[in-house]
Design a protein around this ligand. Structure first.
Ligand code: OSB
Ligand code: MG
Length: 395
């Protein structure tokens, strides 16, 4: 077996958003990150993106760039695999670039399919107008940022927003950890009898950012989240709490009963993390515990992150094609009947949750945008994303 050696270059970027992204953490105006480029001995090249979210606890873009500098112009597969978890975004970038090299060599083209997509709504009253436009465009899953303004004002807006959504729509609420226990209880109580609310994402913080009491704060936060999940019927989803592969393992061990929002771009070991979720019945048993989400990457990171979502769908929802024919012929043999029944059960329990990638166009410079927000995104369109154009725009 020959050593897998790549030559590596990287480019640091700082890209203004068309509009600031408002969350409970304040206004986010520029996306900072690093794009890496690998080429192998056969001359195949691949791009990857480190798109950190430091307020999730990832490395910073500067730290990712400094680590690239240290790695140097030639890197081996072993070096990439040895990158530590605290540089999870960079590790994702290099793993993505390696995968693209392999794809260019003709290995593993990946499944052809499509994903349903959730529309990201702005915080506050602005959500109403955008929701109407998005509904008109065909979206049926929406995500609204809460915890930005006063909770009572937002609760009033919630009613207006629900009333404005089309029949059959689903609304996710993302508090980005902003609520205290009392505020969270109020919202969860309110949402208990609102079937349109699909889930509430990160209602309370993953931990207080006090380094002195880090372990204790994390465990208190964990108890609070587990308590809320047990006390209220509305499903809860972890996001900031699962900002790394290690976090996911931790919450699985703790028996988290809710959902996992996964931003593949933050996962140093996306394959291992998804494998663990699958082994834990992440989707096979009760369907739809995993929600894929964007970290507001450029087209380079978008392509890699969306490939993970496609792969997950193909692995866990593999009866979807057969399902569409289930209504047709009634099976006659006992075995066929049983198979038929189990496929129906399968269909009932399995929902591929709309992926949180309804975010582009995000950047002023259109060469960096991922697939324009639409209710569905097709694999073939993801593979047509022009990472090279983004790379060249940084030269
Ligand atoms: O998940 C989505 O639908 C959109 C992406 C999103 O909300 C997000 C994007 C960047 C950083 C944090 C978050 C978040 O989910 O909190
Ligand atoms: Mg979130």
């Amino acid at each position: 077996m020959s050593a897998e050696i790549y030559s590596m270059t990287f480019r640091r970027y700082s890209l203004p958003f068309r509009q600031p992204v408002r969350t409970a953490h304040g206004a986010w105006t520029r996306r900072e990150g690093v794009i890496v480029r690998l080429s192998n001995e056969r001359g195949s090249t691949g791009l990857g993106e480190a798109a950190p979210i430091p307020w999730f606890g990832t490395e910073t873009a500067d730290e990712a760039a400094a680590a690239c500098e240290r790695l140097g112009a030639r890197v081996s597969r072993e070096q990439i695999e040895a990158i530590p978890e605290r540089l999870g975004c960079l590790k994702f970038a290099l793993a993505s670039a390696r995968a693209e090299c392999a794809a260019a060599d003709g290995v593993d083209a990946g499944p052809d399919d499509y994903l349903t997509v959730a529309a990201l709504l702005p915080a506050g009253r602005a959500a109403l107008e955008v929701a109407a436009q998005r509904a008109e465009a065909g979206f049926r899953t929406f995500k609204w940022k809460v915890g930005v303004a006063d909770a009572l004002d937002e609760l009033v807006l919630l009613d207006d927003l629900l009333a404005a959504l089309p029949a059959g729509a689903r609304l996710r609420l993302d508090a980005n950890g902003a609520w205290d226990r009392r505020t969270a209880e109020r919202w969860l109580g309110r949402c208990a009898d609102l079937p349109m609310v699909e889930f509430i994402e990160q209602p309370v913080a993953a931990a207080t950012p006090d380094r002195e009491t880090d372990a204790r704060a994390r465990s208190n936060a964990m108890d609070l989240l587990l308590g809320l999940a047990g006390d209220f019927p509305v499903p809860l989803a972890l996001d900031e709490s699962v900002a790394s592969s290690r976090d996911v393992a931790h919450w699985l061990d703790a028996g988290w009963p809710g959902l996992f929002v996964l931003k593949p771009s933050l996962l140093g070991d996306a394959a291992g993390t998804l494998g663990r979720l699958r082994a834990a019945g992440g989707d096979a048993q009760d369907g739809g515990r995993v929600v894929f989400s964007s970290a507001l990457e450029t087209a380079v990171g978008a392509r890699a992150a969306l490939e993970w979502a496609l792969r997950w769908k193909a692995e866990n929802f593999r009866f979807s094609i057969l399902d569409s024919r289930l209504g047709a012929a009634a099976p006659d043999s006992q075995m066929e009947r049983q198979l038929h029944q189990s496929r129906i059960e399968n269909r009932k329990s399995k929902i591929f949750r709309a992926a949180g990638f309804g975010v582009w166009p995000l950047f002023e410079d259109a060469r960096f945008n991922g697939p324009e927000a639409a209710p569905f995104v097709r694999a073939r369109d993801i593979r047509l994303l022009d990472g090279e154009a983004a790379w060249n725009a940084l030269s």
